[in-house]
Design a protein around this ligand. Structure first.
Ligand code: FAD
Ligand code: UDP
Length: 366
């Protein structure tokens, strides 16, 4: 065999596996069907600004080993995600914290004041929440649900909140402090020089072939390596023989503007139905750049998945989870193929989870 490992996909899962295996002295080939490395974390320089081509990416983790690992390739800046939410002519701090509560209710100054309102509004739900609407109301009450959750969530998933699973909202922090940090994790930042630089460093010295789709020459690729590490879509690997898994997609409308500062923050969420986009990203604010003369902004529109689009979000409802489980059973019987990453495991993974999952898989290979 020419290679020990053929790695399908140059995203974070593939790059971590490639880097670690290469370090161990294994012969590795990485292929990707796109014309660039880094998968969905890819950044591209436009007007001297690192543009997150597939949506805003903030690295945050509680795993010290993962944080040390990524920092061994590039330096990270001190970016802390503090999105703001706009609805109509109002603006609120995210995630839900004392800054939000004191603006929603004009008699709120202390955590006690906030709890008085939230507890009163929560009473509406007197049973274990069965859907996202009930979950949200029992978390923060109806006032916040209607201003900051309902519209955003319905645009994101194209379904009423009463028909969505409760777990989607569970990861949103609720804080009784004046802290606008979106994440609870210990480590957070954005790689200086962009995510592409991070992945470039990881893949240094490793053979990479771009514009190369595994399925165009599957037999030939299979004959080239002892083992295949596959990070593409799980159902596609099996030619959808048990049925298609569902995904949500996004459309990005990116503009270069002739001004220094468009919105004063990297991420602004639009939580109402008065506009169709959910977020506007101003990329320079990930890097604390307010002096360059131009700015690059991206309007993010949620979209149903259609053939040829990117599969951004898995739809982990009961129906799709059951189908994914059947595919996973098939996958677990493969002797030559290792499935990993967001698409191949059909899981909502953050970047650090993907790297952690790769570390775990490497342990199993030993
Ligand atoms: P991918 O990055 O999708 O890599 C898979 C690669 O495989 C792709 O490059 C693809 O082209 C290639 N491939 C697929 N099929 C084939 C084939 N047949 N042949 C060849 N190549 C193939 N995470 C965070 O931690 N923080 C964030 O702020 C954050 N924001 C996000 C925002 C958005 C809009 C989205 C969609 C995700 C966000 N994430 C965030 C999650 C993050 O993007 C993922 O965790 C990570 O990119 C997954 O890496 P991966 O290697 O599993 O998948
Ligand atoms: N969400 C919301 N309002 C917001 C931001 C998020 O209601 O302003 C909800 C929405 O249901 C979304 C979920 O929280 O699907 C998770 O959002 P987050 O930004 O954490 O996840 P991402 O979209 O980046 O995966």
């Amino acid at each position: 065999m020419k290679y020990d490992y053929l790695i399908v996909g140059a995203g974070l899962f593939g790059a971590t596996m490639a880097e670690r295996l290469n370090k161990e002295g294994k012969k590795v080939l990485v292929i990707d069907k796109r014309d660039h490395i880094a998968g969905n974390v890819y950044t591209e320089e436009v007007e001297g600004i690192n543009v997150h081509k597939y949506g805003a990416h903030i690295f945050h983790t509680d795993y010290k080993d993962v944080w040390n690992y990524v920092n061994s390739f590039v330096e990270f800046n001190r970016y802390t995600n503090s999105p703001i939410a706009r609805i109509g002519n109002e603006v609120y701090n995210m995630p839900f914290n004392m800054n939000t509560f004191s603006k929603i209710w004009d008699d709120v100054f202390t955590p006690e004041d906030a709890l008085r309102h939230i507890d009163e509004e929560k009473k509406e739900i007197d049973h274990e929440p069965t859907n996202l609407e009930e979950q949200a109301i029992s978390l923060v009450g109806r006032s916040i649900y209607e201003k900051l959750i309902k519209g955003y969530t319905e645009k994101q998933w194209n379904r009423p909140c009463t028909e969505l699973p409760a777990f989607i909202i569970k990861r949103l922090p609720v804080r009784l402090t004046y802290d606008n940090n979106y994440f609870n994790d210990r480590y957070q930042g954005v790689p200086i020089g962009g995510y592409t630089k991070l992945v470039e460093e990881m893949l240094k010295g490793i053979e990479v072939r771009l514009n190369t789709n595994y399925f165009d020459n599957k037999e030939e690729f299979d004959s080239m390596a002892d083992k295949i590490i596959y990070t593409g879509a799980l159902d596609e690997f099996y030619d959808y023989k048990l049925g298609k898994l569902e995904y949500r997609s996004l459309k990005f409308d990116t503009k270069i503007l002739d001004k220094q500062n468009y919105q004063g923050n990297a991420v602004v969420n639009y939580t109402g139905h008065e506009v169709d986009y959910t977020r506007v990203i101003e990329h320079k604010h990930f890097e604390f750049d307010v002096t360059s003369p131009k700015t690059v902004v991206t309007f993010e529109y949620p979209s149903d998945y259609e053939e040829g689009m990117e599969k951004y979000y898995t739809v982990n409802d009961d129906k799709n989870n059951a189908l994914a489980e059947k595919y996973r059973e098939l996958a677990s019987k493969e002797e030559k193929v290792i499935f990993g990453g967001r698409l191949a495991e059909y899981k909502y993974y953050d970047m650090d989870d993907v790297i952690k999952a790769a570390f775990d898989r490497l342990e199993e290979l030993k």
